[in-house]
Design a protein around this ligand. Structure first.
Ligand SMILES: CCCC(=O)SCCNC(=O)CCNC(=O)[C@H](O)C(C)(C)COP(=O)(O)OP(=O)(O)OC[C@H]1O[C@@H](n2cnc3c(N)ncnc32)[C@H](O)[C@@H]1OP(=O)(O)O
Length: 250
């Protein structure tokens, strides 16, 4: 089974499905590398108006695969995962098409970081999101803190990050993390058709709203997040917390 799939819904709309439902769509190296390749392809598609990202099954994404990434012990080893995955996030941010994540269940840890990287997030009643990295004695390392601050502002972002709490669909809507509560994929599909017919117009607005100078600043902030996360990653507290998760669950 492919860890992630991409399908064109029409000439202007593409959907990426994170496809590891037995692991609640946790990101592993295979998913990361395939996402990277898909986004390179999409970057060249000048007809693309909307990229929709969702998870298979009953979750959006449970973050990094704690079993696979537990083998990364030192800060330098952690960066071999943090840098390419933040690269994926940077590619989502840089896309000239409108990007939307659809939460049909939990988006936690790195899953919440992926959701924060899209222009919009829609969720159904089962949507939940939490930056639970703090419970594992690390911080966001894919750029999520900087992206969250852009979306919901400094105070709400600090609270969400530093309490590591999981928020309900309605709480996320109230905060502006989720932009719209929908019933199902049909509603998301409908949402994807609301943009003007000319891809050039949509794509030009994306460039206007995230000019190169701002994008560079944002990427610099993301790079700083990687460094801080990597330092914490090699600490004993992080390794112990991950061991606890892995032992409890199996
Ligand atoms: C590296 C970047 C930074 C990060 O992402 S740090 C955060 C890492 N993620 C986490 O700590 C989230 C851990 N998962 C959870 O909290 C829950 O599984 C979650 C997503 C709320 C879903 O809860 P439930 O619906 O009750 O499902 P469950 O817990 O029974 O999980 C089903 C099976 O999936 C597995 N799973 C879930 N999240 C995983 C993960 N991140 N890495 C590896 N395996 C993961 C889980 O162990 C369980 O496996 P099994 O069926 O017991 O063998």
């Amino acid at each position: 089974m492919m860890a992630v799939m991409m399908e064109y819904l029409d000439k202007n709309t593409v959907r990426i499905i994170l496809n590891r439902p037995a692991r609640k769509n946790a990101v592993n190296f295979e998913m990361m590398h395939k996402l990277n390749g898909f986004l390179d392809e999409l970057d060249k598609d000048e007809d693309l108006t909307v990229l929709w990202i969702q998870g298979e099954g009953e979750a959006f994404c449970s973050g990094g695969d704690l079993e696979e990434f537990h083998g990364l012990r030192t800060a330098e080893e952690a960066k071999k995962m943090l840098i390419p995955m933040s690269g994926v996030i940077k590619k989502i941010i840089s896309l000239d098409a409108v990007t939307v994540s659809y939460l049909n269940g939990p988006a936690v840890g790195g899953g919440a970081e992926i959701a924060s990287s899209t222009d919009f997030t829609l969720g159904n009643a089962s949507a939940k999101a939490g930056f639970i990295q703090g419970n594992l004695a690390i911080t966001t390392g894919w750029g999520g803190a900087s992206l969250l601050k852009r979306r919901i502002g400094y105070h709400a972002a600090l609270k969400m990050l530093a309490t590591a709490k999981v928020y309900s669909a309605q709480e996320l809507r109230d905060l502006g993390f989720v932009h719209q509560i929908v019933n199902d994929e049909k509603d998301v599909r409908q949402w994807c058709t609301e943009w003007v017919k000319s891809p050039e117009v949509v794509r030009a607005y994306k460039k206007n709203l995230l000019p190169e100078v701002e994008r560079k600043q944002l990427f610099e902030l993301i790079n700083q997040e990687i460094e801080r996360c990597a330092v914490l990653w090699e600490g004993e507290a992080h390794h112990k917390a991950v061991e606890q998760f892995n032992n409890k669950q199996r």
